[in-house]
Design a protein. Structure first.
Length: 167
């Protein structure tokens, strides 16, 4: 039985939110939810997404949830080989651009540190790597909630765009 657009959006959003709260790493949480709901399972893509959380390698740059949404759009609509030509690139680029524009309008920026306040030095990253459990306990619960909500809304919007019901 086919699920409605509303059901797919709700499911993707709920999963992205729950994965971010439970496992952290906004890019993986969002991508995994979209993979499950849209049938885009790909372990290598999920593994690659592990480097995009916290604004690309915890650098505070482009939001990982947004990066994951763009990846999911590319996984469904993008060209599979270079020989397909540039028109095949545009097949994914136009809906991905729609997501970026929506995201910037929704959150005022696509930059993680501007949205979440996350600012980590290389020294802090080294300390986190030495004690991952301690690092997770030190996360600001309000920031974790905000990021989980961003994962939820971004996953919902990707489903909306890919199902053809976007503004």
């Amino acid at each position: 039985m086919s699920r409605s657009l509303g059901e797919k959006k709700e499911q993707a959003g709920r999963k992205a939110y729950e994965y971010e709260k439970q496992y952290h790493c906004c890019s993986q949480a969002t991508l995994r939810a979209l993979q499950e709901v849209l049938g885009l399972e790909n372990p290598l893509a999920l593994k690659a997404a592990s480097t995009m959380c916290g604004g690309v390698a915890l650098s505070g740059q482009t939001c990982g949830a947004l990066s994951a949404g763009v990846m999911a759009i590319g996984m469904q609509r993008g060209r599979q080989n270079l020989e397909e030509g540039f028109d095949a690139v545009l097949r994914a680029m136009l809906p991905a651009n729609r997501l970026v524009r929506w995201f910037e309008s929704e959150y005022g920026s696509a930059v993680c540190r501007e949205i979440s306040g996350l600012e980590l030095s290389e020294e802090t990253l080294k300390l986190m790597a030495a004690n991952p459990e301690g690092a997770l306990k030190a996360l600001d619960p309000a920031m974790v909630e905000k990021c989980a909500q961003i994962c939820r809304r971004t996953a919902e919007k990707v489903v909306e765009i890919l199902e053809g019901a976007s503004d």
